[in-house]
Design a binder for this molecule. Structure first.
Ligand code: ATP
Length: 413
């Protein structure tokens, strides 16, 4: 029997009401940019870029703008075309269609491209690619071919100070830790003051602990240098924690570009929702004034952008583990049963199969251990509005549909 969840969390609802009102007049655009920053210069632009390898289209009509001073991360599963996109930005690959513009100038289109050494780009490779026989200072000075000795020495000092390696200037790379080698690679790429810095999976060669430490450090260095940067990763946590904006790719195309908060909390597609952390979907029905779900009824204000205009439609509501709580109850009061338990250290994540067949995840503090097979009541405990989608089998046009009734404008943005 559906329970009415609206009455017992009025404080949260007040907050959500004000969030929905704020959402009606968004301060940010859907690509995560702030209208107040409209004058920020576009440094790099991909315009309908295509890259094909034999029968495979690795990148398909991809468009993206990178703005001055931002750190933008290309995120997506293995093989989705991130590295190919970065290589076209660098000039290491020539697109088969579309245009790449750097500082407003076309540097690549299907007729040809400007080589990397003639573009004002810096590159940081996965393996850092330091010269083993050169000292730290010589590695950093390597790209400063146009500066005189005095200027080179000044710039090397400045960069070693920036990456906190002034005490290691005479060391060779094999005398440094992984994190220190990465900072040398960063300093070397920043030395000629490139218009844009491109980082290909910059943390993948570091162990897990160092990776987390270096994320913070690298972001701080890039911000201090004021450089525009594009990074590539398949690690969601890394992308969300270091980026100003995240560009989520799937199968050679761009799924969504936005701030880490907007792509995580308001994913525009099921793919983005599922790629950025565990996602569960509640099969819901929107009647005027309420949203009926297998775990109870919600006020429509709990769903981002849902209005009475869409009354009478089916919806799938996105719920993540931290949005739900499970409580063991009698079989007669249960919404479903625990079918799996995952220990993550700080918490347990329980997989619950609801009576209607939906599968959701509930996260609990690690001291709260629930047994597999137990009947549970599942409650919503989210302090933000939830994203929603037209049901999957209908969104591909197979059936007469809510899709026709739920217009694009109602999709989470
Ligand atoms: P990963 O995270 O595994 O590095 P990715 O998202 O960076 O993956 P890409 O390396 O850009 O993906 O590859 C995209 C697709 O293009 C893949 O299917 C890959 O096999 C193909 N591809 C990439 N480079 C080449 C190449 N030089 N020749 C043929 N196919 C290629």
């Amino acid at each position: 029997m559906p329970r009415d969840l609206e009455h017992d969390d009025s404080e949260t609802m007040d907050e959500i009401d004000s969030q929905s009102m704020a959402a009606a007049e968004p301060r940010r655009r859907s690509d995560g940019t702030d209208p107040a920053e409209t004058d920020r210069e576009t440094v790099l632009e991909l315009d309908g870029v295509v890259k094909e390898y034999a029968a495979e289209t690795a990148v398909d009509s991809l468009s993206l703008s990178v703005r001055e001073g931002e750190l933008l991360t290309l995120l997506g599963p293995s093989g989705c075309g991130k590295t190919t996109t970065l290589r076209m930005m660098a000039g290491l690959e020539c697109p088969d269609g579309g245009e790449v513009r750097l500082g407003g100038e076309v540097v690549a289109d299907e007729s040809g491209h400007v080589k990397p050494e003639n573009r004002d780009v810096g590159l940081v490779f996965q393996d850092f690619a330091l010269f083993p026989h050169l000292t730290v200072a010589e590695n950093v000075a390597f790209g400063l071919t146009e500066a005189d000795d005095e200027e080179t020495a000044r710039r090397v000092d400045e960069l070693l100070d920036l990456v906190d390696l002034s005490g290691h200037r005479e060391a060779t790379p094999d005398e440094l830790s992984g994190g220190q080698q990465q900072r040398v690679a960063l300093a070397r790429s920043l030395a000629p003051e490139p218009e844009i810095l491109l980082l290909d999976e910059p943390f993948s060669n570091l162990d897990v602990r160092l990776r987390v430490e270096m994320r913070e450090e690298v972001r701080q260095i890039l911000k201090e240098a004021g450089v525009t940067a594009v990074s590539v990763t398949h690690d969601q946590e890394e992308a969300l924690s270091i980026s100003d904006r995240v560009a989520v790719m799937n199968d050679g195309t761009m799924e969504q570009v936005g701030t880490p908060e907007s792509v995580f909390e308001h994913p525009e597609s099921r793919f983005v929702a599922s790629f950025l952390g565990q996602a569960g979907f509640l099969s819901a029905w929107h009647e005027e004034g309420t949203v009926v779900t297998p775990i109870g009824n919600f006020a429509p204000q709990r769903l981002n952008g849902l209005t009475t205009e869409y009354a009478g439609t089916d919806l799938d509501v996105l719920v993540r583990p931290d949005d739900l709580r499970a409580t063991v109850v009698d079989e007669s009061e249960a919404d479903g049963h625990i079918i799996h338990r995952q220990y993550t250290g700080p918490s347990f994540v329980y997989r619950v199969e609801l009576d209607n067949g939906d599968v959701v995840h509930c996260q609990h503090n690690h001291v709260k251990e629930l047994d597999i097979g137990k009947p549970v009541r599942v409650e919503l405990d989210a302090d933000h509005t939830l994203a929603w989608y037209p049901p999957e089998d209908e969104s591909d046009g197979k059936s007469e549909s809510a899709t026709e009734r739920v217009s694009e404008s109602a999709r989470p943005r």
